[in-house]
Write a new protein. Structure first.
Length: 212
């Protein structure tokens, strides 16, 4: 199966991609990871992307699409894959169609904005070892101190409520047309992501089984 996961920052796409990947035995393709991998391997497209990323610019669509095309051509994608973080716009979705990539199902993980702000503002990361905590769901034994290395726990800039709100506004502006695009194509299924992880995973897998 060829699957796209849509969802706002903090909706749980990465976590659910891992669950689906294990259940269906297909790779999860994160655009961020693919860009880093292409750079590491020193592919021509990876080298071009590096110059944009190092200067803090967005990597152009044609480069991202080229890197995704390279990754899809690898043997482990023969039985399908999960796209996490791509497409982000209708133009990117149309480019996928033009490449002849037939997407089987698009899963939108829907979480209310206020729940996402609460989720992300509760995150804490250790400055020392990078371990991740959540003040409600996975708190450290001692407030502000990492269980693993006694390092200081901090709030990442990305998880600051104002930053999260800006990221959500960008997401809705870019992605609502994408939701409509796949709805019209009859491929979209919306899942309530504001429920326990296992229940959301089960709902996603049911939606995927219904499309087989």
């Amino acid at each position: 199966m060829k699957i796209i996961l849509l969802g706002a920052p903090g909706a749980g796409k990465g976590t659910q991609a891992e669950v689906i990947s294990q259940k269906l035995n297909i790779p999860s393709l994160s655009t961020g990871n693919m860009l880093r991998e292409a750079q590491k391997k020193g592919t021509p497209l990876g080298q071009q992307a590096k110059s944009y990323m190092e200067s803090g610019q967005l990597v152009p669509d044609e480069l991202v699409i080229g890197i995704i095309k390279e990754r899809m051509a690898q043997p482990d994608c023969a039985g399908g894959f999960i796209l996490d973080g791509f497409p982000r716009t209708v133009a990117q979705a149309e480019a996928l169609d033009q490449m002849g990539v037939a997407i089987d199902r698009v899963i939108e993980i829907d979480v209310p904005d206020e729940a996402i702000v609460t989720r992300m503002s509760g995150r804490r990361v250790c400055e020392g070892c990078g371990a991740s905590y959540h003040m409600t769901h996975n708190p450290p034994a001692a407030e502000g101190v990492c269980d693993k290395c006694d390092g200081k726990l901090v709030t990442r800039k990305d998880d600051d409520p104002k930053t999260v709100q800006q990221r959500l506004e960008t997401y809705h502006r870019q992605t609502q047309p994408l939701v409509d695009y796949y709805q019209k194509a009859g491929k979209l299924r919306t899942i309530d992501g504001n429920q326990p992880l296992e229940e959301a995973s089960a709902a996603i897998l049911r939606a995927l089984e219904a499309s087989v």
